[in-house]
Design a protein. Structure first.
Length: 234
């Protein structure tokens, strides 16, 4: 079985989640980041082994520049993660980056939220015969691009894109991913109205009852390499 570790993907601080969640945080971590997350969440890198950054467009905001300087000053390994990047986490756990594309700017070159969201890092984790899809903030345009790439997107667990927003987790995406479980990470009473009722309806139409961290707390899934089961938190 894989050793205990924690990876932060599209991170939202624990204190905005309700009910409170007290995760087990190992000493070392991996951080997967998109540039606007640094500005949106005001996060800090603490005790990390490596940072994966899917930034494609120039993003010269002060918070992002400060983030990169902190990585450099702390000598934290930094890797640019684009489609085709293969990751080996050890103990039989691997990951394949499906987005952003390695070449070109298919989602445009504006730095508005919708464009930057579509360049979000998407990783398909694998352990044995089981898979978990981590969608970051990817929206429908990125989903369509990944489907056109002919990569395998099937997964047992789907972490829904853009915190369950209406413009992500499309019916076409769900048809191809075919998840048994879905998780939506968002804060209670958040100002964006996440998750969207439309997204919830689409998931339910596919026979999936999503776990929403705003009301259910941490979403915990356990794989033995053959199957995945969801563990309900107290």
């Amino acid at each position: 079985m894989p050793r205990l570790r924690e990876d932060l993907v599209d991170h939202v601080p624990v204190h905005v989640r309700q009910p409170p969640v007290d995760p087990v945080v190992p000493e070392r971590q991996l951080r997967v980041v998109d540039p606007h997350q640094v500005e949106d969440r005001r996060v800090q890198v603490v005790h990390v082994d490596a940072v994966l950054d899917g930034t494609v467009l120039p993003y010269d905001t002060p918070p992002y520049e400060a983030f990169l300087k902190e990585i450099a000053s702390d000598h934290i390994p930094y890797r640019h993660a684009v489609r085709g990047t293969h990751l080996d986490f050890g103990d039989g756990v691997t990951g394949d980056v499906l987005n952003p594309p390695a070449i070109g700017t298919p989602y445009g070159t504006e730095t508005d939220n919708a464009t930057v969201n579509n360049y979000s890092t998407v990783i398909r984790l694998s352990y044995g015969k089981t898979h978990v899809m981590l969608d970051g903030d990817a929206e429908e345009q990125a989903e369509d691009n990944m489907l056109a790439s002919a990569d395998d997107v099937s997964a047992d667990v789907l972490k829904c894109g853009h915190h369950g927003a209406a413009n992500a987790t499309s019916n076409t995406w769900l048809d191809r991913v075919r998840p048994r479980y879905a998780a939506i990470s968002c804060g209670l009473h958040n100002s964006f109205g996440h998750p969207s009722p439309q997204t919830i309806d689409r998931l339910r139409a596919h026979g999936i009852v999503p776990t929403v961290t705003a009301t259910a707390g941490a979403a915990v899934y356990v794989s033995d390499g053959v199957q995945v089961v969801e563990e309900k938190t107290p």
